[in-house]
Write a protein that binds this ligand. Structure first.
Ligand code: HAM
Length: 413
């Protein structure tokens, strides 16, 4: 026997019980986002590789290690989308959406692909619900976006969530700050953990998360990005916070919050859940990306958005299992009566009734067992004398003509 083929590592089969939760999540998102004026968008599953390397960033893990990049038969370098923001901005530019009233509000529920080390809550193919509000830098856009993800998580019954907020300013302030922080860390090398020292060049911000005691003492006195931002960026952030306060939305400020994508400017946020393991406890997050359109050859068009993992939201939520559609009619038959039974099943479904027909050649006794297991209100048994119709909610069995079964049940259901 040849080896049995299994699903690729880091992918999931979504079986019916969980798929029903996906459908609920989708309907909930559609309702909440439509109320806020978002229209749905679906972009292609693959894009030109440059779209991601220029925006997500050449130096990020996503671009360096995680992209599914391939050359098609025409020799073009294409990449399975690792995220949705760059494609949506590409589409905005391509379709001249700057001519519409701004901001243009778009949402998606799509699959994304990253070659990551698979673990619970981290997959190589995963789905996100996301929104992008493109064409305005008003802080009200930021606050509204942030509230919408909070509303979605509440509606799904996501457990133990908290909103974490930060601001990044512009790339130039960030680069200057990074150099200052690196110099500070080098000046204190003797007091830092080996791990932190090893990462001074690559990721100096990580030092803020260190558990090492003397490192923590050093970091308490380290310069913070927020103290190095120009006034207009600080004012923008103050207004975002004031609007969240006005909406009674609690948040925590984390001046060292980092996300794995380079395109962010100004507002950055995420919702974390205590119901998930620490390494994958981010349900969703996003921020502002005011330079992204320019990075892909467009004019300066500010934008703001977020994405939240569908698998993670379902794991952290208390969505009740959806009720099954009731079975109205179960059709059983004795040998030789398959065709009229089949015909009734087809008519009953077209008339809108939940209907089941024997499909596996069971004996009549076996069929009746299935009928009661299905919870069907009516059971129609096709036999030589006609159709015996049983109302499982009481009353005598009736013998009726095959073409009157629909008539008999219609008035009752
Ligand atoms: P992200 O932080 O890379 O942002 O992903 C957002 C969310 O997608 C994560 O918080 C997580 O729930 C889920 N996610 C990401 N990677 C995986 C994975 N490998 N397996 C399972 N779930 C995953 C973005 O993608 C940005 N495009 C968000 C955004 C929109 N920023 C502005 N607009």
């Amino acid at each position: 026997m040849s080896q049995r083929i299994q699903a690729p590592r880091g992918t999931n089969d979504v079986l019916p019980k969980v798929a029903a939760k996906w459908a609920q999540l989708e309907a909930t998102a559609a309702k909440i986002l439509a109320r806020a004026g978002y229209g749905r968008i679906e972009t292609p599953m693959f894009e030109a590789t440059h779209l991601f390397s220029r925006t997500v960033g050449e130096a990020t893990d996503v671009v360096q290690k995680e992209m599914y990049t391939f050359q098609d038969n025409g020799g073009d370098s294409l990449t399975l989308r690792p995220e949705g923001t760059a494609p949506v901005v590409r589409s905005y530019l391509e379709h001249g959406m700057h001519k519409e009233p701004q901001p243009v509000k778009l949402w998606y529920l799509s699959h994304f692909f990253r070659y990551e080390r698979p673990q619970a809550g981290r997959y190589r193919q995963f789905a996100q619900v996301g929104i992008e509000a493109i064409g305005s830098e008003d802080p009200a856009v930021d606050a509204e976006c942030i509230l919408l993800l909070g509303e979605l998580l509440d509606a799904l019954g996501a457990r133990d969530t908290k909103l974490v907020l930060a601001t990044l300013g512009q790339p130039a302030s960030r680069a200057a700050y990074r150099e200052e922080l690196q110099a500070y860390l080098r000046a204190h090398e003797g007091e830092l953990s080996r791990e932190v020292v090893d990462r001074i060049d690559l990721n100096p911000l990580r030092a803020f998360d260190a558990k090492h005691e003397s490192t923590q003492r050093v970091m308490a006195g380290a310069p913070r990005l927020i103290d190095r931002l120009p006034q207009d960026d600080l004012d923008h952030f103050e207004e975002v916070k004031a609007l969240l306060d006005a909406a009674d939305m609690p948040y925590e400020i984390d001046t060292t919050l980092v996300r794995g994508l380079d395109y962010y400017t100004r507002t950055l946020f995420e919702y974390q859940s205590g119901a998930l393991e620490a390494a994958q406890n981010t349900l969703g997050g996003g921020g502002r990306y005011d330079n992204l359109a320019e990075q892909i050859g467009g004019p300066h068009i500010p934008g703001m958005g977020w994405a939240a993992g569908v698998e993670r939201m379902i794991m952290a939520s208390t969505l009740p299992p959806p009720a099954d559609l009731p079975v109205d009619l179960y059709i059983a038959y004795e040998p030789g009566h398959k065709a009229p039974a089949f015909r009734l099943a087809s008519d009953a479904r077209r008339a809108g009734h939940g209907t089941r027909l024997e499909l596996a050649g069971r004996s009549l006794k076996g069929q009746l067992k299935q009928a009661s297991r299905s919870g069907a209100r009516y059971v129609a048994i096709f036999g030589d004398e006609g159709v015996q119709l049983r109302d499982r909610e009481g009353g005598e069995d009736k013998l009726v003509a095959p073409d009157t079964v629909m008539h008999h049940i219609r008035g009752q259901l």
